[in-house]
Every structure is written in structure tokens, then in C-alpha cells.
Design a protein around this ligand. Structure first.
Ligand SMILES: NC(=O)c1ccc[n+]([C@@H]2O[C@H](COP(=O)([O-])OP(=O)(O)OC[C@H]3O[C@@H](n4cnc5c(N)ncnc54)[C@H](OP(=O)(O)O)[C@@H]3O)[C@@H](O)[C@H]2O)c1
Length: 328
């Protein structure tokens, strides 16, 4: 059927255990633009269309609605829990109470276990959902290896207790990873990182692969609907980059599709967000057909603009000089 993609046709990536997971997932951050209901309807539509990887987080404020549709999937379709790979994340204000945060996500998602649980940001710095770009929390602190490892140990306990199968890190840098990886009892299975043609992070990407950590690329299309607080004048729009537009014309697809094909062929797992059925269908289908050529992959590699979109300035601490401080 036209509106279904066979999950078996979607390329897979291997985690360090050898387990295979889909090379594309659905993002669920509504960017303050879409309601929880719209996002959860898309999750239902995506799963019944062939998606098997769904990227959730407590801070997206929709895990309860997503839980309702997951329940519907398990009761109304033949799809089994073990066929899905569901992620969630502990938000910055719960670093000292990871167990409680995970219990809440499990309850909201109506699940017995989460497949991959991330530390969303390596700082305990909190900002209210929907705040503007200038808002700062006076209690914010710089990165601390000790505090991070305290949070990570709580994540390791979640694995021990069977509440989560894998744990992961997000928004890290090489120097932070170098500091914490030797201290981990259970290594991260994945690293969620901003990744799109205009911001490829080649060093961090290669570093993660060398450590056997699977990169998961967020904002894979350059997050065209991101909130105002995450926009600056200098930002490059991936879907308007001339190299991407030219390759899209050659393949007769939307530039967003070129970003996703590139991501999967390069080796990260993109987690594009969309609540629109034609978009989320083409975002999954595109990786099952008509790959980019080696030359096109090389053109995109060279087109990197090193343009970070999610700068994280709302997490800055008093005395920090600018958002670059978050990224070492
Ligand atoms: N770990 C972290 O800190 C972190 C940070 C950010 C994001 N994430 C995760 O990554 C996911 C993806 O990032 P994102 O949502 O910011 O950005 P994104 O996936 O790069 O962009 C999503 C937007 O792209 C447009 N789009 C999607 N498919 C399209 C298609 N086929 N053709 C044309 N336009 C298309 C849609 O815009 P319209 O809605 O305007 O149509 C959609 O809202 C999030 O949902 C979240 O799960 C994680």
C-alpha cells in the first residue's frame, strides 16, 4: 500500500551489543507550534505506517498523549512492544531524581520499559518550557564531571532495574565525553547530537563512532519550525543551501528528503519531526529508495557551514560569556 512502508525495508544501524535499530525515527518535539494531540496522532500514524523508532522526552510535554496512542497500537494492531524502539530523556531539573523522572515517563508512555533513556543536556540547568531566548536561571551552573556522573550512575541503576534497556547522552562535546566515558560502568549506546548538512559536527561524529556509540542526529532538516528563542540572523536554512537544492532537483524530491538520505548514508540516525502524513511518510520511504551518489555525498560533506542552530543559551550560568561556553 502507498501509505505504508515495510519496516524490514528500512536500513538498520547496529548498537554496541549487536542489536539492530531503524536508521530513521520520528521526533516528537512540537516546537511550541503543534499540540500534544497533533504530535501523538502523528506518532500513531507513523507507527502504523512503518516507523519503529520514536524519540520522546519528558520536557516535550506530550508523553502522556503518546502513551495513549502506544496503548492503542498494542491493542488495535498486530504491532508488539518489542518491535518498537522508544526513547525518552531526563530533563535538566531532574538530574538528582532520575528514577522518579523515568518512572513518570514510563507511566505517561504506558510502558514497562524504555528502550533508550538519555540525559537530555549535560547540565542541571532548568528553563521553563516555552521561555524566550533571553531568559536565564540564576541557579545555572557550568558542566561538572562529578554532577554528571552522579546523574549517569542513576541512569545505570535504571538499566540494572530493567526500567530501561540502554542509556545515552545528548548535547555532549568530545572533551566532556573524554572526561566521563572512562568513569561509566555502562557505556552510552547512543549520542543524540544536532546534525544536518549545515552543521555536521564531523569530529564529534567520528569520535562517537570510534567509541562504538551510535550518533542520533537531531534537527536533521535544520528544524525549520523551531521556536523563536532558537533563531538568530546568521542561521543557515539547510533546505535553502544551494547544494541541497540542486541535489533535490536532480532527484525530484523536497530538499528535506536530501537531508535525510544524506544522514542515513553518512551513518547517523536522523529523527525528523512532522505531524503531516505526506511528510512523515516520505521521510521514512526516502531511505528505502534512490540513494544519493558518492559524488553527491561528497558535495554535501564539503557544504558544511558549522552553523549550530540549537545554541542552548537559555542554559547559560551567571558569568558565562556566551553560548559557545556550553560547547567547550
Ligand atoms: N536531544 C535534544 O536536545 C534535541 C534537540 C532538538 C530536537 N530533538 C529531537 O529531534 C527531533 C527533530 O528535530 P526538530 O523537530 O527540531 O527539527 P527537524 O526534524 O529538522 O524539522 C522538523 C520540521 O521540518 C519540516 N519537515 C519535516 N518533514 C518535511 C518534509 N518531508 N518536507 C518538508 N518539510 C518537512 C516540518 O515543518 P512544518 O511543520 O513547518 O511543515 C517540521 O516541523 C525533535 O522532534 C526531537 O525529537 C532533540
Amino acid at each position: 500500500m502507498m501509505n505504508k512502508i515495510n519496516p524490514a525495508d528500512v536500513p538498520k544501524k547496529k548498537l554496541y551489543t549487536g542489536e539492530e535499530i531503524p536508521s530513521v525515527g520520528l521526533g516528537t518535539f512540537g516546537s511550541d507550534k503543534y499540540t500534544a494531540k497533533q504530535v501523538s496522532d502523528a506518532v500513531y500514524g507513523a507507527i502504523t505506517s512503518g516507523y519503529r523508532l520514536i524519540d520522546c522526552a519528558s520536557v516535550y510535554q506530550n508523553e502522556d498523549k503518546i502513551g495513549e496512542v502506544l496503548h492503542r497500537v498494542f491493542t488495535e494492531t498486530d504491532i508488539k512492544r518489542k518491535e518498537l524502539f522508544i526513547t525518552s530523556k531526563v530533563w535538566n531539573d531532574m538530574h538528582r531524581e532520575v528514577m522518579r523522572s523515568c518512572e513518570k515517563s514510563l507511566k505517561d508512555l504506558q510502558l514497562d520499559y524504555i528502550d533508550l533513556y538519555f540525559v537530555h543536556w549535560p547540565f542541571p540547568n532548568y528553563h521553563a518550557p516555552g521561555c524566550d531566548g533571553d531568559s536565564r536561571n540564576p541557579d545555572s551552573k557550568p558542566f561538572s564531571v562529578d554532577e554528571f556522573m552522579d546523574t549517569w550512575k542513576q541512569c545505570e541503576e535504571l538499566v540494572d532495574k530493567g526500567m530501561v534497556r540502554y542509556i545515552g547522552m545528548s548535547n555532549m562535546t568530545i572533551s566532556k565525553l573524554e572526561a566521563v566515558l572512562p568513569l561509566c560502568r555502562i557505556k552510552p549506546a547512543a549520542l543524540e547530537m544536532e546534525c544536518h548538512p549545515g552543521f555536521q559536527q564531523p569530529e564529534l561524529f567520528e569520535y562517537a563512532l570510534k567509541q562504538g556509540i551510535q550518533p542520533i542526529g537531531y534537527c536533521p532538516i535544520g528544524s525549520p519550525s523551531r521556536p523563536e528563542r532558537d533563531r538568530t540572523q546568521e542561521d543557515v536554512a539547510d533546505t535553502q543551501m544551494e547544494e541541497i537544492v540542486a541535489i533535490a532537483e536532480a532527484h525530484q524530491v523536497h530538499p528535506a528528503i536530501v537531508c535525510l538520505k544524506w544522514a542515513v548514508q553518512r551513518g547517523q540516525i536522523p529523527i525528523p519531526f512532522s505531524v503531516k502524513e505526506p511528510q512523515y511518510l516520505s521521510n521514512l520511504r526516502c531511505v528505502t529508495q534512490d540513494p544519493l551518489t558518492t559524488e553527491e555525498m561528497e558535495i554535501i560533506r564539503k557544504a558544511d557551514k558549522n552553523c549550530r542552530l540549537i545554541k542552548g543559551q537559555v542554559f547559560l550560568w551567571p558569568g558565562a560569556s556566551g553560548w559557545e561556553d556550553l560547547w567547550d
